[in-house]
Design a protein around this ligand. Sequence first.
Ligand code: AMP
Ligand code: TRP
Length: 329
Amino acid sequence: MRIFSGIQPTGRKHLGNYLGAIRNYVAMQDEGEAIYCVVDLHAITVDFDPAELRERVYNTTAILVAAGLDPAQCILFRQSDVPEHTELCWLLTSVTAYGELSRMTQFKEKSEQQKSFVSAGLFMYPVLQAADILAYQTDEVPIGEDQKQHLELARNVADRFNTRYGETFIVPRHRIPRVAARVRDLQSPLKQMSTTASTEQGKVHILDDPDVIRRKFQAAVTDARRDVVRSPDKPGISNLIELMAAARGISPDDVEREYAGAPGYADFKRDVGDAVVKLLAPVRDRYGPLRDDERALEAILIKGADKARAIAADTITRARTRTGFGRPQ
Ligand code: AMP
Ligand code: TRP
């Protein structure tokens, strides 16, 4: 089985990224041939600074390795090192509808956040994402809930290309975790925890100091009741239950049972904070030395790109031929 996923080198990665995606990248290394990509080409679709972009690629790479990605076992690379992605992206535009791109929620949200300039790249973002996935003949894509719509688009595009030009791509499936697929903002639990949209208090960074994490959980917005149960009218507590379950590797039902009859939320919030601190501590400890060695990070990425390119080139040659480009094969 081939596994592929991409992660943006923007901002500092948070608990939602960790539970919704990164942790599953690590687990899936043992399930098949796993390929992970730091998607720097996607990062230029909103305002960015070139020097900072390079730094952020290293930050994200170091986080992934600290979280447990083993470059000897998986392929870890930087998107811009494999130009096949951009070529395939263009080929795929012929089977992507303007209307379907206009309906993408991420595009609608992000284009509203951009004050003065909405780039064409932001609109094309999901086509490049489809190219990332399809270039590797991917079977499964580990992602958080928010990326489901983009994956659906990639499936439609693959299907359409296969129908129109002949069987070329595997139509990929998503792999969304059962618990913590959409981690909520601690301050506005109706919204998801987000690098750009959440306030500092609303999100927990993987690299936050343990005391900072504990304080953020203590200050998490809940409700005026005192029962630790999941319910649509209790989005804050529901989120904390899911987080505790995910952090401790138990089910949300177990959490509810454990706190049945609790006198209020204080102990529960403290315990969730402690569980998250314990979960993230090993990643935080490993991060520093890894991030300090940029040459080693660069070596990982370059080696990964060589391996990735060998796979992608094969697919792109086929896609080119099917589309009517180049020498007939
Ligand atoms: P990004 O940082 O946008 O590249 O996201 C990397 C991965 O984290 C993607 O698979 C997202 O679906 C996932 N993700 C982002 N935010 C959350 C969240 N709040 N809860 C769960 N997963 C998330
Ligand atoms: N759009 C994804 C996100 O914001 C990142 C991404 C780019 C991705 N290419 C991908 C995810 C391919 C999965 C597969 O999180």
